[in-house]
Ligand binder design. Structure first.
Ligand SMILES: Cc1ncc(COP(=O)(O)O)c(C=O)c1O
Length: 320
């Protein structure tokens, strides 16, 4: 036996080695119960009291996601949007948030048009420009939100640098890591406080589940509030909690394999190479023209603990 940490592919494939105690089945049952029997003294010692926040299948998937991210704990949500908005709604009313100019359009739209209705003040900045982030953060900024590589252009943010800026200003750093997945980037190890995934995308990888996830570096006041927001709003997902969690158990246990080089990443690299002389703005997940900028993005994206890996398998083309 060795103490070396398990590779993501082993972690996802083994799903923490959980077995069903009664039959010893290696695939766990899908739990659907909404209510639970109390102990004779009226307690719920199993840790399950009501199905809105408590579901054993969901918790199993959360444990796998936490292991993949090197997190203290993970929480699943009914969608990526539910996960992302729960982070903002967990902040005290009136909090100031620093957000990216470029990120998933639905969340950007929510930040611009709906977050202010709850009293949140949202500033926007080019997160790929570390100096601009430093200039934009304010003494009362409570949260910096980044997305890297950012949908739709796959622009790259230096997670470690922005974590340093956020923490120096007393703000937390949350990151939408949907496009990177824990296979390519583990943001908590680079200083982020919260990682978010639209599990609808790479984490599931089969286009048959809408789900979201958050993972935290530690239990703190913000995480406690996020857990409360999820429980109160039912943000775990009203329909088929257990089924959805089981389906999104990282890529049905093939998470790492889908990212291996002979697959998406190598093909994307090949397409990028073929088109290099073509469109001026070519982005291969983390690779951005012009060349100097591209080299910088690759350097940042390949930082340990994911060094030596090729960029992941998504490209964006522009025609300018
Ligand atoms: C980067 C990113 N974040 C968040 C979301 C929203 O996730 P969901 O559709 O699961 O709510 C998406 C969806 O496309 C996305 O691409």
């Amino acid at each position: 036996m060795t103490d070396r940490p398990l590779k993501p592919r082993t972690l996802a494939a083994q799903a923490l080695g959980a077995i069903e105690p009664e039959t010893k089945g290696v695939a766990l049952p899908v739990h659907v119960s909404t209510t639970f029997i109390r102990d004779p003294d009226n307690q719920y010692r199993t840790g399950y009291s009501y199905g809105r926040p408590d579901n054993a299948t969901v918790r199993q998937t959360e444990a796998v996601i936490a292991a993949l991210e090197g997190a203290y704990e993970a929480l699943m949500f009914g969608s990526g949007m539910a996960a992302a908005t729960s982070v903002i709604l967990a902040l005290p009313p009136g909090s100031r948030v620093l957000a990216p100019q470029v990120c998933y359009w639905g969340f950007r739209d929510w930040l611009i048009n709906e977050a202010p209705l709850f009293g949140y003040r949202v500033d926007h900045v080019d997160m790929s420009d570390t100096n601009a982030v430093r200039a934009a953060i304010k003494p009362d900024t409570k949260l910096v939100w980044i997305e890297t590589p950012a949908n739709p252009l796959w622009t790259v943010t230096d997670i470690a640098a922005v974590a340093g800026i956020a923490h120096a200003a007393g703000a937390a750093l949350a990151i939408d890591s949907t496009a990177a997945t824990p296979v390519f980037t583990r943001p908590l190890s680079l200083g982020a406080d919260i990682v978010m995934h639209s599990a609808t995308k790479y984490l599931n990888g089969h286009s048959d589940v809408i789900a979201g996830a958050l993972a935290t570096a530690r239990e703190d006041a913000l995480w406690t509030r996020i857990r409360q927001v999820r429980a109160h709003h039912g943000a775990i997902g009203a329909q088929a909690r257990g089924h959805r969690a089981r389906q999104s158990e990282p890529g049905r246990r093939r998470h790492r394999r889908r990212h291996q080089r002979p697959h998406a990443a190598r093909r994307a690299a090949h397409v990028s190479h073929l088109l290099d002389a073509g469109p001026r703005h070519l982005h291969l997940l983390g690779v951005d023209a012009p060349r100097r900028r591209r080299a910088r993005d690759v350097r940042i994206f390949r930082r340990p603990p994911r060094a030596r890996r090729s960029p992941a398998g998504m490209i964006a083309l522009g025609t300018a």
